[in-house]
Write a protein of this length. Structure first.
Length: 288
């Protein structure tokens, strides 16, 4: 009857289910361990190669950034060598003026040399100027943490050594400017500032002047007054002479250090050009 047919149908369904389950179980039993090993290996290789490709791309980008930084630094070093050359030349001119002033001031009759003393005394302050270390690239790399891009140890060491010597020059430069301020005070005790002001007007250096300040040193001429007044106070002259001496000595010492720093800048510049093979990208100046 109905119940018999229902039981027969359930039996058929159960039998089919058991056959399917038995078939799946037998199929799973055939999968050996090496199948799982190869699946794992393929997955591992896919992940590894992905990371490796990403690393290679990052490495390439960082090497390109490093090279751009080095090119910029070489340009900075070239500017440094030019600035150092000018600083050395200005220092030598200032020492010549200071030396002549020392001799004339301590002459038995310094008033005889008054016109030339006025001219030299005023030119000194135009010749001694601050110099700028062109460290824009190094400063940018240091502040941004990009010094890590310098992969070669000899490159990092040479660059760090060069820029670590800069504070010494800056402290010497500050010493010179402190002496220069004292020089201006002492000069004002011996010479008449009104005469200096008249010399400015004679040179055309007025409020409306638009000339380059670096050319002013060559625009001065002897005072129009044949014998401009000078103090005869021996103490004032002695104070000025002392300041002239120490200013002369400090410039002499600083110039020696600047020459060494200029050689270091040129050596580092040529080292970087050779290390990074930049000969075709940068025209290296002749090594002095």
């Amino acid at each position: 009857g109905f119940r018999h047919r229902l039981r027969a149908k359930d039996y058929k369904i159960n039998k089919e289910y058991m056959e399917i389950h038995h078939h799946v179980s037998r199929r799973n039993e055939k999968r050996k361990w090496h199948h799982y090993f190869w699946e794992f290996l393929m997955l591992f290789l896919a992940v590894f190669l992905g990371f490796w490709a990403h690393y290679q791309l990052e490495h390439k980008i960082e090497r390109e950034r490093e090279k751009r930084y080095i090119i910029s630094m070489v340009k900075d070093l070239y500017v440094d060598t030019m600035n150092f050359s000018k600083l050395i030349s200005d220092g030598q001119q200032a020492m010549i003026l200071l030396d002549s002033m020392m001799l004339m001031l301590n002459n038995p009759q310094p008033q005889q040399h008054a016109p030339h003393l006025y001219l030299m005394a005023r030119r000194v302050t135009h010749i001694i100027n601050p110099y700028e270390i062109f460290d824009r690239t190094y400063a940018a790399m240091k502040s941004s943490g990009n010094l890590r891009l310098l992969e070669a140890h000899d490159v990092a060491d040479n660059i760090t050594t060069y820029y670590s010597d800069i504070p010494t020059l800056q402290s010497q430069q500050q010493y010179i400017f402190n002496l220069l301020l004292q020089y201006i005070r002492d000069v004002s005790e011996v010479f008449d500032p009104a005469v200096f002001h008249k010399m400015y007007h004679t040179a055309g250096l007025r409020s409306s002047d638009t000339s380059d300040a670096s050319t002013h040193r060559n625009m001065f001429s002897l005072p129009e007054i044949e014998q401009p007044n000078m103090s005869k106070d021996s103490k004032a002259i002695r104070r000025l002479s002392g300041t002239i001496h120490y200013l002369y000595a400090r410039i002499l010492s600083t110039n020696s250090n600047v020459r060494n720093q200029k050689k270091s800048a040129a050596a580092l510049m040529h080292f970087l050009i050779k290390k990074y093979q930049l000969e075709n990208e940068l025209k290296a100046p002749a090594k002095n």
